[in-house]
Every structure is written in C-alpha cells, then in structure tokens.
Ligand binder design. Sequence first.
Ligand code: AGP
Length: 612
Amino acid sequence: MCGIVGYIGPKEAYPILIKGLKRLEYRGYDSAGVALLNGDLTILKKEGKVSDLEMHAEGKNKTGTVGIGHTRWATHGVPSDLNAHPHVSNSAQLAIIHNGIIENYASLKTELVKRGYTFKSDTDTEVLMNLIEDIKKEEEVDIEEALRIALNEVVGAYAIVVIDKANPDKIIAARKGSPLVIGIGDKEFYVASDASPIVEFTKEVVYLNDEEFAVLHRNGDMEIKDLGNITKTPYIQKLEMDLETIEKGGYDTFMLKEIYEQPKVIGDALRGRMNAKEGWIKLGGVSEFATRINNAERLIIGACGTSWHSGLIAEYVIEELARVPVEVEYASEFRYRNPIVTSKDVMIAISQSGETADTLAAIEIAKERQALIFGICNVIGSSISRVSHAGAYTHAGPEIGVASTKAFSTQVAILMLMALQLAQKKGSISASRLRQILYELEEIPKKIEEALTLNDEIERIAAKYFEAENFLYLGRGINFPVALEGALKLKEISYIHAEGYPAAEMKHGPIALIDENMPVLFIATNKSAHEKIVSNIQEVKARKGKVIAVINHADEVIEGLADDVIRVPETEELLSPLVSIVPLQLLSYHIALMRNCNVDQPRNLAKSVTVE
Ligand code: AGP
C-alpha cells in the first residue's frame, strides 16, 4: 500500500519520480506528490492520480537531482492535498515519504505538540517527520542518526525515504514490515517500493531487510546499518524483471493483459517442474521437506482474498490426492485468536505480493510455535518468501491490475503440483492416475486459450446483466471456491454486490433473495455433482431467477434450463477451476467497463495490503 520512489544522482529527478509513481500507482492512488532538492525544497502534491499531480506541477519549478515521490492509499486522514505525501518538518528542512502505519503516532504527536510542534495534516507520517527533526535538533546529531533514534521509538510498519535540504548529497531510506528496494546505477541510486520504477535504469538491486536503513550518497557510496547501528554488508542481486512485463503491451488495461497471459504463465509455472511422459514432479521446495509435510498433523493454509480462495481449492486437491488434513485460515483472523499450532504442523502461506501484513503476522505466530512455513509467492524476494523455511514461486510475472487473475491461476497450478508430488512420495496415488492428471495439467494452457476465445460471447452476456444490483455465484465441491473468486472479482471492480456460496447452501438462506432481478451464476462443470447442480438450477428457475451457467461442452440438460450458458472445455475435475475461472474474470471485466469503472485501480483498494 502506497508507492514510494526516490532518486539521487546526476539526472533530473522529477521525470524519474513521475514515471516511477505511474508504475507504482497500483499500490494506492488517492493522492500523489514529490519533493525535490534544488537549493531549495520544492514540494508538489495533489489529491487524485499521478496525472493530477502532473497537471498541478505544470509551469512550476521541477528542477533538482535528488527527490522523493509518493502515491497514497489513505490510512490516517482523508485523501486530500494536505494529507498527501511528502510531508515536511516544521523547520521546512526535511521531507519524508512513508508507506505503512506508525501505531504510536498519537502519543508521539502529543509530546511533540507540547514541545511546540504544529501539524498541517492528519497523518502519522508528519508526526514521524517531526520526531526525526526534534531528535536531530535536541541531540545535535546528523540526519541518519536522528532517523535511527526515532525509528527505535516508533511502533508499527514503515518504508520511508527522507531528504534534508542541508544535505543535498544524500538520501536516507529505511524499512520495517513494508518493502523497499534500492537500485544501484553509476553514481546514482533509485529507491522504490518494488523494482518496477527501477528496472529500466539498472538490474542491480539491494532489498533492504526489516529494521535496516541505508544512506545513499551522490558519490556512489552506500552504507547500510541496522537500528542498533551495526553496519551490514549489502547483498546485491540481479533483477530478473523485464520492462515489457510491466507495460500494457497493446491491451487497454493491465487486468485484460493479465487475464490473457494465463496460458503462458501457467506454462512458465509448470516448466521444468513436471513431466507427464516420464511421470515426475519436482517442486524444489517440496522435494526437501516432502516427508515432513506428508507426516504433518495438519497443513494450515494461511492467506487473504484471492490467495485464500486458491487455498480452498488446494484443500480439496491435497486432501483428495495426498490424504493430509488441511485447514484453510483467513490470515487476517488467524492472527487475532490463540490458534493451536505445534511443531507437527506445516503452514502453507499463499500470497501474490508476498507482503500482505496479515499473512506475515500469521506466519509469525506459526513460526513461533515451531511449524514449518512453506511460502507460495509471486514476487521474488518478497518478505513472505524470505521468512519461509521453504517455498515455491508462482512465476506469473508482475501482476499490476489490482484484481488478481494470473496470480490466482498460477497459485492453483503450483498447489496442484505440490499435492501431486506429496501424493507420489506418499504412495497415495497410482502411477497411472498421476500421469493422467499430469497430462491434463500440460493441456491446461491450451484449454485456457480456448476459454479466452469466448470473450465476445461473454461481453454479450455482460451487456444483459451489467445493471444488476446483486449477483449470486454458486458452485459445488471444488467449484465453491471458484464461485467465491468469481464473486470477489465482480464486487472488486464493478462494485456490484456479489456473494459466492456453496450451491447446496442456497436452500439454507440465500434462496430468499431470488426473484426475477437476481442473476445467479452457476459453475456447473463438475461431473460428480451434476444432478445436484441441475436441481439447484431448477430451484432458482422456479423462483424466476436468471441463470448463467458455466458448463462443459455439450451439456444439454443445463443448456435447456439456463438463460445463458458459457461452454468451457472439459478437463480433469480437480483442475477445472483453472479453466472455469477464466469466463468469470472476463465477465466481471466487461461488466465493470460497461459501468464505467476503472478496472485496474478500483476504488478504495490497493494491490498489496501492507496494513493490518
Ligand atoms: C484480489 O483480487 C484482491 N485484490 C485481494 O483480495 C488479494 O488477493 C489479497 O489482498 C491478498 O493479497 P496477496 O496475495 O498479495 O497476499
């Protein structure tokens, strides 16, 4: 949440910051701002998008070879010009950008007010800025020491970058609980929440660890220390990201591009990790810990949102194939109880961003109680991947649309491989069944391609329903999580109220909602529950509900009942979510466009939820 970017070096900073903010805008987009050092400290900030900031900056002084920029997702204080970052200290000497939350900001603010400080905004960030200034003055220390002392006093999460008018030859960056990456150029440094603003300038990066701060000098020197003032040796890594992966590549939106990338990225996720002909699966992280995972008392899946939905699919698949008990937990709830976790448990943490605060906190609890942590993340080098004992990357490439699509399908593919590898090791699957599923898995990218050809037909269906105020999504068995995911996609980007339910639960309550205005989308691809699903469809039709059904080719029974059908290619039932989710993603996409919604940056949401 919130995107931050900084630059120091020989180039003009403003164009670099603006470009970087546009790339980071998926992290938050209620206001944006920059601070530049040019003999003076220039602050330009504006409520709205980065494009609003650019308009606001027209004709103003934007010079300076050191600067910081921010795009905000509001926590403390409404979106406004005043609450936009950067925030400046009372002396107007220092400026800060911040991603995260300072939890004890209220008590710190009270103390600072007593000492004569005044505040222009409602933010916790302005409090941190003035705390640093106060320490700098009172203790007569340099800016980095003041920042270090201040960060020892704050409780909460932060990634910050600070500049000082009196010291235009350095910028200082620090992190705890919010990501921060430093790009190293030729006598220049870039700092950002993720590598997307950096990748076109350099491939050499350092991921700052929690409770570390970096002092980046214009002459190319970099010092990294922890908050105890111990010097750290920077670990320089090579970025694997390419520029084209973070651009729209001819599509109107990132979301559409990412939906269409699914065949390719599933292929990438599977490549080198399985071979149907030879009957093997080799997911690096699983190989080493397979015995421990198979012998676990329970696998606890911890995740949020869409990642939680892929966890629910994994519960079906792992229990079916590997016969290990699985519990799927909302990480955001797990952390607020006193869960029973022991060293015999394994936590599988699933996260696209690898930065979700709730998932990180759930991991912390499970780790304290000696569980093995297996992380499934998309973002390489992310916090969750680093705190896990073992894990697997999904290799979906950067996902920029706030609504998750390709990250979901690659998570499901990886979890499927994990289940198969565990089952093979345990001997709970026959060699022929294993091959059968692996062959089907290899076919999935083609079947998704085929499902994508339904786009025009889905657009026509969207045109019939886009004015609906409510939607029900129903599925049985493994299609229940697909119903949840379809409903989440619709509400996230179109703001239509949508509920996902197990189809069999309809009669226990939601059936009361059904009338001629209620579209009900059935995911009806499971052969195992076909008759039961048909009965549920009959129940909806009997109450005049409108039925849209996702079916396999040639399902005459359902075609005869439903108002609209979407025919997706048939596959092995355990793999069917990978295909049946595609029309649901497209349906929500078209409905959102027809309602004039911004699909890539839906209101109130942010891509990576780094606050609790
Ligand atoms: C997905 O469309 C959502 N934007 C959201 O639910 C997301 O899946 C959730 O915040 C978890 O994120 P993560 O996978 O990065 O941990």
